[in-house]
Design a protein around this ligand. Structure first.
Ligand code: FAD
Length: 482
C-alpha cells in the first residue's frame, strides 16, 4: 500500500494533520490506535481552549511570550476549523465561550497568577474582567474556601474533546484522499538517507515519501531507533493526567470554571458537557520512565475531587461518577512544542503540545500541511526542530530549574488542603532551595557552608540539631516570593 504521506498517531494532532492534508487533496494514511485507547491524551482532555487561562506569574522567558502568541493565534483559528470539520463530517462540534479563573487561599501563587493573566490579556488585546465571585454560575465553594479574586475571560473557548475526535474520525472516513489504518507503527524505515515508509506490528510495510510522527509520547521509541538521523531533538516525556466526568450535577455550568495553573498542573477545572454532566480535570505528573503509572489511582482522584469540591462546588460530592480516564501529555525536554520538518529527508514531527494540544491542533495541522505541500503557512512556526532557542546554550541553569520546581513541589506537598502554619511554606521552600544549591554548587561559598554543616553534626551528633539547620538555611537569604 502506498500513500503520499503517512501520519503516525490517531490522537488530535495526528488526525487533525491528516484532515488538513486531505483537505489539500494529499493522499494521506493515518496510522494509529483508536482514539479511545488508554493513555491517549486527546480523550482524557476536557477540553479548554486555554489562551490566557494558562498564563502564570513565573518569570516569563521570551519563548513563553512566543508560545502565548501562538496559543492566541491557534484560538482565533478554532471557529473556522470547527465549522469546516463539522460540515465535512456532519458531526457538529459545539464551541462554548467564556472561562472564569478563580484564585483562592489554597495556593500561595493564585493571586500573582491572576495578575499575570490580566497583564497578558492587555498585551494580547483580549477581554479580561474582574468579577464578583457571587455572580459566577456554578461556583459554590466550601466555607473558608471563598475566592480571593475571579477573572472572566469572555473569549476563552471550550469544547467536548470526544465530539471533536468523533468528528475528525468521520471526516477522515469521508474524505476521498484519506484513509485510516488501526495499527501500531513499530518503525520508520529509511533508505539512502530518506524515509521510505512505516513498518507495522504485524510486519506489513506501508510506503510513503513523507512520514509525520504525530503519536504523542509514542514518538520517542520510534525516534530512538533512528539514532541521530533526524538531528538533535529534545526528548519526549509523558505528563500523566487524570480526569473525570460527573453526571447528575445539581448546578448549571454554562462556562468553564478553573483555578490558575498550580503544582505542576493545569489547575482544577470544570468544563460543561451539557445535560447535567461536567468534565473535571486534571492532575499532572511528569516522568522520565514512559509506561509507568498506566492507571487511575485513588490518590489522584482524591486530590482532584478534594480541590474541586472545596474550591469550585460542594455539590460535586453527591453527583454520579460517570467515567475516569488518564492520558499522557507529550512534553519535550525543552518545554516547547516540536513542529516541522526534521533533518531526515521525508520525516516531519508534530508533538510536544503538552497541556495545549487540543487548542493547538488546527495551527499544527496548517503548519505541517504547509511543510509537506511546500506552501507558505498562514502563521509563524516558532517551534521548528532546528529553531535557535533549542540550542544547548539556551538551556536554563539547574539551580534555576530547581528554584521554580521546588516552589511547585512545596505547594504540591501541601495538597490536598494547602496550608501550613505560620510562615512554614516560605521557610520550607527556602530551606529546600538552599539544600539543593549546596548539593549542586561547586563554589567556595557552598563548600564553606557544607563544612559548617559537617562541623555542626561532628560537634553535636544528634538528630535534634536538624531544626537548627532548618532555621539556619531557611533564614539565610529569602528565595523569590511565590
Ligand atoms: C487530563 C488532560 C487534560 C488536558 N486538557 C487539555 C485542555 O483542556 N486543552 C488542551 O488544549 N489540551 C489539553 N490537554 C493536552 C492535550 O490533550 C494534548 O496536548 C494532546 O491531546 C496531544 O495530542 P496527540 O495527538 O499528540 O497525543 P495523544 O492524544 O496521546 O495521541 C497519540 C496517539 O498515538 C497512539 N500511538 C502511540 N504510539 C503509536 C505507534 N507507534 N503507532 C500507532 N499509534 C501510536 C497512541 O495510542 C495515541 O492514541 C490535556 C491532556 C490531559 C492528559
Amino acid at each position: 500500500m502506498t500513500a503520499d504521506v503517512i501520519v503516525i498517531g490517531g490522537g488530535v494532532i495526528g488526525k487533525t494533520i491528516s484532515y488538513t492534508l486531505a483537505e489539500h487533496g494529499v493522499a494521506v494514511t493515518c496510522v494509529g490506535s483508536s482514539y479511545a485507547a488508554p493513555g491517549t491524551a486527546s480523550t482524557a482532555a476536557g477540553a479548554m481552549l486555554g489562551v490566557l487561562g494558562e498564563v502564570t506569574a513565573t518569570a516569563a522567558s521570551p519563548m513563553d511570550e512566543t508560545e502565548l502568541g501562538f496559543r492566541a493565534a491557534a484560538g482565533r483559528r478554532y471557529p473556522d476549523f470547527a465549522a469546516r470539520l463539522a460540515e465535512t463530517s456532519g458531526v457538529p462540534i459545539p464551541l462554548g465561550m467564556g472561562t472564569f479563573v478563580v484564585g483562592t487561599t489554597v495556593n500561595e501563587a493564585d493571586l500573582d497568577n491572576l495578575a499575570a493573566i490580566r497583564m497578558a490579556a492587555r498585551n494580547q488585546g483580549l477581554p479580561c474582567e474582574q468579577v464578583d465571585h457571587r455572580n459566577v454560575p456554578g461556583l459554590r465553594p466550601a466555607r473558608r474556601h471563598e475566592p480571593l479574586g475571579v477573572l472572566h475571560l469572555a473569549q476563552e473557548g471550550f469544547l467536548d474533546s470526544w465530539q471533536l475526535m468523533e468528528s475528525l474520525q468521520v471526516a477522515l472516513e469521508k474524505l476521498p484522499t484519506a484513509s485510516l489504518v488501526t495499527a501500531d507503527a513499530t518503525a520508520v524505515e529509511v533508505e539512502h538517507g530518506r524515509v521510505t515508509g512505516v513498518r507495522l506490528r504485524d510486519g506489513s510495510f506501508l510506503s510513503a515519501g513523507h512520514v509525520v510522527l504525530a503519536n504523542g509520547v509514542g514518538a520517542q521509541p520510534l525516534l530512538d531507533q533512528l539514532g541521530d538521523l533526524p538531528g538533535t531533538l529534545p526528548r519526549l516525556l509523558p505528563g500523566k493526567g487524570v480526569s473525570l466526568v460527573l453526571d447528575r450535577v445539581d448546578d448549571d455550568f454554562p462556562q468553564v470554571i478553573r483555578t490558575p495553573n498550580r503544582d505542576f498542573a493545569c489547575g482544577s477545572h470544570v468544563v460543561p458537557r451539557g445535560g447535567g454532566a461536567v468534565y473535571l480535570g486534571a492532575t499532572n505528573r511528569v516522568s522520565s520512565t514512559p509506561g509507568s503509572g498506566a492507571e487511575v489511582t485513588p490518590g489522584e482522584v482524591h486530590s482532584l475531587m478534594h480541590s474541586l469540591m472545596h474550591e469550585i462546588n460542594v455539590r460535586f460530592r453527591t453527583a454520579s461518577l460517570a467515567s475516569q480516564r488518564y492520558g499522557l501529555r507529550p512534553l519535550t525536554s525543552d518545554g516547547y512544542p516540536l513542529i516541522g520538518a526534521t533533518a531526515l529527508a521525508g520525516l516531519s514531527i508534530a508533538t510536544g503540545t503538552y497541556r495545549n494540544g487540543i487548542l493547538m491542533a488546527p495551527a499544527v495541522g496548517e503548519i505541517i500541511a504547509a511543510v509537506i505541500c511546500g506552501d507558505q503557512p498562514s502563521l509563524i512556526n516558532p517551534f521548528a526542530p532546528d529553531a535557535g532557542f533549542r540550542s544547548a546554550n539556551a538551556a536554563p541553569e539547574v539551580t534555576d530549574i530547581l528554584d521554580e520546581g521546588l516552589r511547585h513541589l512545596v505547594s504540591f506537598l501541601l495538597e490536598p488542603g494547602g496550608h501550613m502554619p505560620y510562615d512554614r511554606y516560605r521557610e520550607l521552600h527556602t530551606f529546600l532551595t538552599h539544600l539543593a544549591r549546596l548539593a549542586l554548587a561547586n563554589d567556595a561559598q557552598a563548600e564553606s557552608m557544607r563544612e559548617e554543616i559537617r562541623r555542626m553534626f561532628r560537634d553535636h551528633p544528634v538528630p535534634e540539631m536538624l531544626p537548627q539547620l532548618f532555621y539556619r538555611l531557611a533564614a539565610q537569604q529569602p528565595v523569590q516570593q511565590p
